[in-house]
Design a protein around this ligand. Structure first.
Ligand code: HEM
Length: 463
């Protein structure tokens, strides 16, 4: 395994013992990762009881398979998440269940078929080329927080591929700021809900800030969708060949009806959120990990140069980048952007001889499973080469994109975009972490670094 002479990838030291309720309320409001304790990373199953919540954490692979695949209908998505995301996403596919989810998935599937075609790759690459120009800075060395850049490029890619619209810097800043507010306040709202703090007291908190931030993003998306929706309903289909075009044409197979404006806005808001926030989180962590391991960075550089030289990237070359792909897979293992999946138990059931009552919450956490001492060799270490032999990965222990019917619809899109972005960066720059910088890992909607990611990019050659 390659060595890291200076650092080990950072992760928050777990508490020695399970936290008290008092501690949980005041500490976990910031990040659910702060409530984890040592045994969380070795247990098969655990339980957390709070005034508004009875929650079972499932780490055992066959039980994970039961919840996410075999009995997916018995374990629908937890409505708390839907409620929390509602100001931004409305009723989107990420949180709906049953027939409503099925209809939305069938309508979205064709849009994702079209993301496989090279047209989308060209749009991605345009955004990545602009990212590269921003990263160059003014001289041979550029010191920056890479996190907003990763958010910008992934949001820009989503804008271009969904809406055929380039994201300009002012709008990007507005959206990023609104979304940071939404995330921070949502973590607090989640804790208030779990501790059954009455809603009439919420006016003392940041709830109105949260709703305002959600509305700001929705209003912006609505202003782009509206003219195209009106045109499509006047039978003017337009020139664009993007995901919105496919959604505007999609019809419900049962009744031949099209999506309403609100339904389209909900799905676009969701694709925007799920499509950039997750990728941005993972890419920032990938850059962090590369900065700790110069030898892996060098190997990645050699791979990219060997495949593309200094020429343009194409989708076939992206598929050939085995090491860069494995770097991203290992990043998703250590810092899975969606750190937990929350489900609800729809009937009394038994797991490991324990009865789990109907109505309780069941949580599967890739964060815990990916670092579980029984499933992984050196679980907290960074070793992309472990993915050289997929057979060595124990079944149902690697699930950054989920599993079963609710698996991420954008997984191949995300892999392609990430390998393109990382290949572009390692080909043109060496990456170092700024002196004494330590990221502050927090679990919000995604796993993020609260203090950003300060790096030094040095140009390899005159790019
Ligand atoms: C590294 C990037 C990404 C990661 C780690 C990721 C992860 C996930 C996970 C774990 C789920 C399932 C959650 C659960 O079961 O509760 C999910 C669902 C979903 N993701 Fe992603 N995602 C990524 C990128 C994307 C992209 C780029 C898009 C779209 C452009 C996307 C769209 C969706 C959608 C629509 C769902 C809901 C699927 C359903 O419930 O039927 N994701 N994602």
């Amino acid at each position: 395994m390659s060595s890291c002479p200076f650092h080990q990838p950072f992760f928050p030291k777990p508490l020695h013992n399970k936290a008290s309720l008092f501690f949980t309320f005041f500490k976990k409001r910031r990040s659910w990762l702060d409530g984890l304790y040592e045994r969380s990373y070795s247990m098969k199953m655990g339980r957390v009881k709070m005034p508004g919540l009875d929650l079972h954490v499932i780490n055992q692979p066959d039980l994970v398979h039961r919840v996410l695949v075999d009995e997916v209908k018995e374990f629908p998505k937890n409505q708390l998440l839907g409620h929390l995301l509602e100001p931004l996403l409305g009723e989107s596919i990420f949180t709906t269940n049953g027939d409503q989810w099925k209809k939305q998935r069938e309508m979205l599937n064709p849009s994702f078929e079209m993301t496989r075609i090279s047209h989308v790759f060209g749009l991605m690459n345009d955004a990545v080329k602009e990212m590269k120009l921003r990263l160059l800075g003014d001289g041979a060395e550029h010191r920056l927080d890479i996190d907003p850049e990763m958010t910008y490029v992934t949001a820009d890619i989503i804008f271009r591929t969904i809406l055929s619209s380039r994201l300009d810097p002012q709008t990007a800043i507005k959206i990023i700021e609104a979304f940071v507010t939404f995330q921070e306040e949502t973590a607090r709202t989640a804790m208030r809900t779990m501790f059954k703090i009455p809603e009439w007291l919420w006016f003392l908190t940041g709830e109105s800030k949260r709703i305002k931030a959600g509305n700001e993003i929705r209003d912006l998306l609505a202003s782009i969708i509206r003219p195209r929706y009106d045109a499509a309903h006047a039978n003017n289909t337009g020139e664009e060949k993007d995901i919105l075009a496919s959604l505007l044409q999609a019809v419900d197979a049962d009744n031949g009806e099209r999506f309403s404006f609100e339904e389209i806005l909900d799905q676009v808001a969701m694709l925007f959120l799920a499509g950039h926030e997750t990728s941005a989180s993972a890419l920032t962590w990938a850059i962090y990990l590369l900065s700790l391991y110069p030898d892996i960075q060098e190997r990645a550089y050699q791979e990219v140069i060997g495949i593309t030289g200094m020429g343009e990237f194409d989708p076939i070359q992206i598929k050939q980048m085995e090491l860069v792909t494995n770097i991203f897979k290992e990043t998703l293992r250590l810092y899975p952007p969606v750190g937990f999946f929350a489900r609800e138990n729809s009937k009394d059931t038994v797991m490991r001889d324990k009865t789990i009552a109907k109505g309780s919450s069941v949580v599967v956490s890739p964060w815990l499973i990916h670092r579980h001492s029984e499933f992984w060799d050196n679980p907290n270490g960074f070793n992309p080469d472990r993915f050289n032999d997929p057979q060595s990965i124990q079944k149902d222990t690697y699930l950054p994109f989920g599993m079963g019917a609710r698996i991420c619809i954008g997984a191949s899109f995300a892999m392609q975009e990430a390998v393109l972005i990382l290949s572009t960066i390692v080909r043109d720059f060496t990456i170092e972490l700024e002196e004494d910088f330590v990221p502050d890992v927090v679990g919000r909607l995604t796993v993020r670094s609260a203090n950003g990611m300060r790096v030094i990019l040095k140009r390899r050659v005159a790019v």
